[in-house]
Design a protein around this ligand. Structure first.
Ligand code: PEP
Length: 253
């Protein structure tokens, strides 16, 4: 239906110490061995696990991403990691703007904009998250809310290839709650995100940028979600922590 490669991305959040991460990475490599259905697979472990997981994924097609980055190149920024550090650990992607970072760590649209620009400049692909809280969904202004986040977070970003950016639409009321948006809900907002991307980057680039859905995606609903024309895969939290579930999601996409 389009030329975009589906992407199934796992966000492990703050789960798995180094030993558990190594085990899960081994299990994933084994579970996906021989699976070649054209779906791109990405895992985003905690920063402390990145080098261990990178070593485990070496030789497999599974890509590695981080969950956060700081935009400065180096220096006195206690607790942070730079783009080049993530690259040196084996990352090619980095999640930014997750609602948990916006809510618990008070990150702003401006922060996301700086992170997106630093990542692209370093040759890393941002997985830019956006999504509305329940009260905005209930008020009916969710499309405007998400479009405003996309425009504020990505304005002035320069890309030459659609593979340099991924956007994940994650309605906050569906994250970790078991309450999945319907496939039609996901399609409606993912299509609006693509229109916002067309305003920012032009229609041609926007038609190639992957827009994922996130929020209680699991083996039982992934096929319906990815069947929608503007849903190019999923950002997966809870179901990415079990190799059997996550690999099933890749197979069923
Ligand atoms: C997420 O937070 O990125 C997410 C989609 O979580 P879950 O799949 O657990 O709802």
């Amino acid at each position: 239906q389009n030329n975009r490669t589906l992407l199934i991305a796992g966000n492990w959040k703050m789960n798995n110490d180094v030993q558990a991460a190594a085990t899960l990475a081994d299990e994933l490599v084994a579970a996906l061995d021989g699976v070649d259905n054209g779906v791109e697979v990405l895992v985003c472990p905690p920063t402390i696990d990145l080098t261990t997981v990178a070593a485990k994924l070496d030789g497999s097609a599974i890509k590695l991403g981080a969950q956060n980055v700081y935009w400065e190149a180096a220096g006195a920024y206690t607790g942070e990691s730079s783009c080049d550090m993530l690259k040196s650990a084996g990352c090619t992607y980095c999640i930014i703007g997750h609602s948990e970072r916006r809510d618990y760590f008070h990150e702003t649209d401006e922060d996301q904009n700086k992170k997106a620009k630093a990542l692209v400049a370093a040759g890393l692909v941002p997985v830019f998250c956006c999504g509305e809280p329940l009260e905005v969904r209930e008020a009916g202004t969710y499309v405007e809310h998400v479009v405003a986040q996309v425009k504020a977070g990505l304005e002035g970003l320069e890309i030459a290839d659609p593979a340099q950016l991924v956007v994940a639409y994650e309605p906050i009321w569906a994250i970790g709650t078991g309450m999945t948006a319907t496939a039609d809900d996901a399609q409606e907002v993912c299509a609006a995100v693509r229109e916002a991307l067309a305003d920012l980057f032009g229609a041609e680039l926007a038609s190639g940028i992957r827009v994922l859905y996130g929020g209680s995606a699991k083996p039982g609903n992934i096929a319906e979600l990815t069947a929608k024309p503007d849903v190019d895969g999923a950002l997966v939290g809870g179901a990415s922590l079990k190799a059997a579930d996550f690999s099933q999601m890749v197979v069923k996409s």
